[in-house]
Write a protein that binds this ligand. Structure first.
Ligand code: SF4
Length: 268
């Protein structure tokens, strides 16, 4: 009797895409399954950490160096896209940028910073007028309150200057770890790594620094990126996430590091 051999089923490349493929047509699935498929799909697009199968090979030191050498060659002096005039206006812009786009913040701050580029001038302007300038930005009432409160604190406790330590920056109203990292890096040239939605996605997708939280990704990136690239690494990764490794449709075909990237779903 002839022996029947079964072709083994292909192994899933990651847990998230597998869950999506089970419900190819969410509209036709049960509401519960459709909801779970939508959730998985949006998690995958956001670059959620891959399932820890232990099969993703970590990047070698040489590969990390190669990736950042390519970023540097393509854009030797990357710049952040938040407009500012000095460390104070940078701090305010970052506080305003929470859950808002840089373009939206810039639109509002151009006029605001023209009249108030120091904590003293911001206080003289007053909360109500600050609110008017930034009312196109989400959560503007709360943010206006924070801008005034942080300006007061800068004057009362730091001589009107933006402090240079993480703990002091994080003690300011509206400022958290990401704000401190951006200000320390851009205003004071420190080798910090601010993890926003783009850096979080790129860190996870590429396998450079997988992590379930922004802090895990931040510490992972700081561990693997050589010091010589750290000053600009934050901007290279943000710009990569914003313009190439897009959340829903990454442009793998034009990606500078597509041969190094570990994402099983990359399209090249
Ligand atoms: S190959 Fe694709 S998924 Fe990987 S980093 Fe590049 S754009 Fe992102």
């Amino acid at each position: 009797m002839a022996k029947i051999t079964r072709k083994p089923l292909p192994k899933s490349r990651s847990a998230v895409p597998q869950r999506v493929s089970k419900a190819k047509d969410p509209a036709a699935a049960t509401p519960k399954r459709a909801k779970s498929a939508r959730k998985a799909s949006s998690k995958a697009a956001a670059g959620s950490p891959p399932a820890r199968t232990g099969k993703t090979k970590p990047w070698t030191e040489a590969e990390v160096r190669e990736a950042f050498s390519r970023f540097r060659k393509a854009n030797p002096e990357p710049k952040g896209e938040l407009e500012h005039l000095n460390p104070y206006t940078l701090l305010v812009a970052v506080v305003l940028s929470a859950q808002a786009t840089d373009a939206g913040v810039n639109k509002a701050t151009r006029a605001l910073f023209a009249v108030a580029d120091t904590p003293q001038k911001m206080l003289a302007l007053g909360e109500e007028k600050v609110r008017d300038y930034i009312k196109t930005i989400g959560l503007y009432r709360n943010k206006a309150r924070n801008v005034i409160a942080l300006s007061e604190k800068l004057i009362a406790e730091f001589g009107g200057e933006v402090p240079r330590s993480r703990a002091e920056i994080e003690s300011l109203p509206g400022a958290g770890r990401k704000t401190a990292n951006v200000v320390l890096n851009m205003a004071f040239g420190e080798h910090t790594m601010a993890v926003d939605t783009h850096v979080f996605r790129v860190g996870n997708r590429t396998g450079l620094a997988p992590g379930k939280t922004p802090l895990e990704v931040e510490l992972g990136l700081e561990r693997v990126i050589p010091a010589e690239f750290m000053l600009h690494a934050h901007h290279w990764l943000i710009l990569h996430g914003r313009y190439t490794c897009l959340a829903r449709k990454p442009r793998c075909e034009v990606c500078l590091i597509n041969d190094l990237c570990r994402w099983p779903e990359k399209t090249i």
